[in-house]
Design a binder for this molecule. Structure first.
Ligand code: ZN
Length: 682
């Protein structure tokens, strides 16, 4: 649910395995921009931008500006010292003194630290939330601040708290975690995130939320857009994020650009969305936020779409307050057509699947998942970013009005392209034939499998009368994901796809089959620490499928073989009978559908515990060692393209140019210069 975030180690390597080829015939595009620590910075293309109408380009330009205005908000939400530390470091980094000393070892380490602060929107790791320390010495840093003379140039607030800032930067015991999740501790006091003022305890915050909770049938999300602080009398008070309130300076600029966007909205529904958001930023009224979410989820016609505001709640230790983020995007028409073609054949797929006719839907509707192209990323979507978005988060709105689920194709594409040449496939795929099949059809199979999973897989089948949706309890999501995946896998090898023109021949699907089996049995294990079980439900589902098929391959349809390579013995997956593997996928689909339709909890439990949870320790160790040698950066992020408006003599925009040449450091320095809207202390 919510965001699908590619962040963990192997996700990237795995993508390399999912898709290694693309059909794009453009000039070579420099996807990789920079690499430092555990991070790799990429660039993404924005295919289709040139084909948009001038009005749509204007809309994207205005919404992009609105997106970039919120950058400082996230820095401050991530920790009350972040803006001061960033600005102090930037002052040093851009000083004449630094320029003369930049070759020194400590200066180089300092630059790496600043790059990391930009990446994390603060001083804690974007994913683990642990504080990272500068590797340059504190003595060097202090001397640099003195000698460069920047201490007299920075703001009074920075100068007055300089000693404090040094401690926050260099002392590992000060604010070690952005978000702590250790139960038994005071989560609020133990977290450096700035959702609660100094001295507020978890108990006090929880009590306040409980007292103010909206229990109406259409509840407001109390606390989504505010900080809780203690006033002079020791009482808890809410500081609301709004124009004239907390973060007002930035929100006012967001609104300035939203007003402009309003003038070029694609239709009335979209104009309504923008109007509600402007109102919400102005008033902070959560009823207006609900109206905004409802209008947004109902805007299906617009090609350009956007998210802008306080959205995901992962960083607040109590999971209430939203971090600021923005993503501007437009519909990828080609890919959306493909999804619609699958969707419109939903009944055929339902009727021809291997499931018992008892459990089939008489009337099935396909879902049209949307594929989008990102135009700009900001706030909590930048530089690290989700590859999919599923909003809004309020359950009652999802139930009554639905939700939008999108995958972001151009970002996936950038990951895949950058992963080429990482050596992943060379290491783990058994032979040249398989790798070449992969290079040719891997991307297509990956896209199609996702479409089948989303557009027809989840929607297929029905529950028997009286069976509750929650019958499978803690195993429900693993079984449900397996069901949708198997539906997709079974049909990937069906002549129907060739007939529909979705695959070129009956050989192509093998690329998808090999990937699924290799990933489920071997390569996804790189995300698991030695000795751990598999816990995440998508990972469980993948192992469940691959392991079940492997264990049931009585005629060696698929096997694991140990081969000598480069003087070592290495394990590889070998598929001897692809049609046989399809038959096994079909058999398992039939059983998983039965379990779901009957709500057979015992069988679900048995299935998950037997095939999905335990890891083959020996193989795990081998896979980890082979993966480690590839030296891949576990986390990726992006630089944005730069949009420039072209004006005529009357001040009207006549075109919007897009440029991809800006580097990582340049981009952050420019953002800090042009979009630095908040005071040092908020
Ligand atoms: Zn799913």
């Amino acid at each position: 649910m919510k965001k699908t975030i590619i962040t963990s180690i192997a996700a990237i390597g795995l993508i390399a395995a999912i898709v290694t080829s693309c059909t794009c015939k453009q000039q070579p595009f420099p996807y990789t921009v920079d690499k430092f620590y555990d991070l790799e910075i990429l660039r993404y293309q924005v295919p289709g931008f040139e084909q948009l109408s001038l009005q749509q380009k204007q809309l994207i330009f205005y919404l992009s500006e609105a997106a970039l205005q919120g950058r400082d908000i996230l820095f401050d939400q991530n920790g009350r010292y972040n803006l001061r530390i960033r600005r102090l470091c930037e002052a040093l980094y851009t000083s004449e003194w630094y320029n003369q000393h930049r070759a020194e070892a400590d200066a180089v380490l300092f630059e790496k630290y600043l790059k990391r602060v930009w990446f994390s929107n603060g001083i804690h790791h974007h994913y683990s939330s642990d504080k990272f320390l500068p590797e340059c010495s504190q003595v060097w840093f202090m001397q640099a601040c003195e000698e460069s003379g920047i201490l007299s140039a920075v703001s009074v607030d920075i100068r007055d708290t300089y000693e404090e800032l040094l401690a926050v930067m260099f002392d590992p015991s000060v604010m070690p975690k952005r978000t702590t999740q250790v139960s038994g501790e005071d989560l609020v006091a133990g977290s450096a995130g700035n959702y609660y003022g100094e001295g507020v305890t978890q108990a006090e915050a929880e009590k306040w939320y409980a007292q103010h909770k909206d229990n109406s049938p259409e509840p407001m999300w109390i606390g989504l857009n505010s900080q809780l602080v203690k006033n002079a009398d020791g009482e808890i008070e809410e500081r609301v994020y709004k124009v004239g309130g907390l973060y007002g300076e930035a929100l006012q600029r967001v609104n300035y650009w939203l007003e402009k966007a309003l003038t070029v909205a694609e239709n009335d529904q979209q104009a309504q969305v923008i109007r509600h958001l402007i109102d919400f930023n102005r008033t902070g009224d959560l009823k207006t936020f609900n109206a905004y979410c409802i209008a947004w989820v109902q805007d299906l016609a617009s090609q350009v779409d956007f998210v802008n505001g306080f959205t995901e709640t992962y960083t607040d230790p109590l999971g209430i307050t939203g971090t600021w983020e923005s993503l501007v995007n437009f519909k990828d028409m080609e890919a959306t057509k493909r999804a619609q073609l699958i969707s419109s054949n939903a009944q055929w797929f339902e009727d021809h699947s291997t499931t018992d006719s008892l459990y089939k839907k008489e009337e099935v509707k396909g879902v049209s998942a949307k594929v989008i192209t990102a135009a700009i990323l900001a706030g909590d979507c930048y530089p690290a970013t989700p590859i999919g978005i599923n909003l809004p988060n309020a359950n009652w709105i999802r139930k009554e009005y639905g939700s939008k689920s999108v995958t972001i194709d151009n970002l996936m594409h950038a990951y895949n392209e950058a992963a080429k040449g990482s050596g992943f496939n060379e290491e783990f795929m058994i032979d040249t034939y398989t790798r070449e099949l992969y290079n040719q059809y891997g991307a297509q199979c990956g896209d199609l499998h996702t479409d089948l999973h989303e557009c027809v897989g989840h929607g297929s089948g029905k529950l028997m009368p009286g069976v509750s949706k929650d019958a499978l309890k803690e195993h429900a999501s693993t079984i449900e994901e397996a069901r949708a995946d198997l539906f997709g896998l079974y049909y990937l090898a069906d002549p129907k796809l060739v007939e529909l023109g979705l695959l070129p021949n009956m050989e192509a699907y093998k690329a998808g089959y090999y990937q699924q089996m290799m990933n489920g049995l071997m390569t996804q294990l790189v995300r698991i620490l030695p000795g751990d079980d598999i816990e995440e439900s998508h990972m469980r589902n993948r192992q469940l499928i691959a392991n079940w098929v492997y264990q049931h391959a009585e005629n060696k349809e698929v096997e694991l073989v140990v081969l000598p390579r480069e003087g070592e013995k290495k394990t590889y997956l070998r598929i001897n009978d692809y049609e046989g593997v399809r038959r096994l996928f079909g058999e398992l689909l039939r059983e998983i559908q039965r379990i779901t339709s009957e709500g057979d909890y015992e069988a679900a439990k048995q299935m998950v515990e037997t095939y999905a949870v335990k890891v083959n320790a020996e193989l795990h160790e081998e896979v980890l060692a082979r993966y480690a040698k590839l030296n891949l950066s576990p986390y990726k992020g992006f630089v944005n393209p730069v949009y420039t408006a072209v004006f005529d003599v009357n001040g009207n925009i006549t075109d919007v140019k897009i440029d991809f040449t800006e580097g990582y450091i340049e981009q952050h320095l420019r953002y800090s210069r042009d979009y630095s809207l908040l005071p040092d202390i908020n």
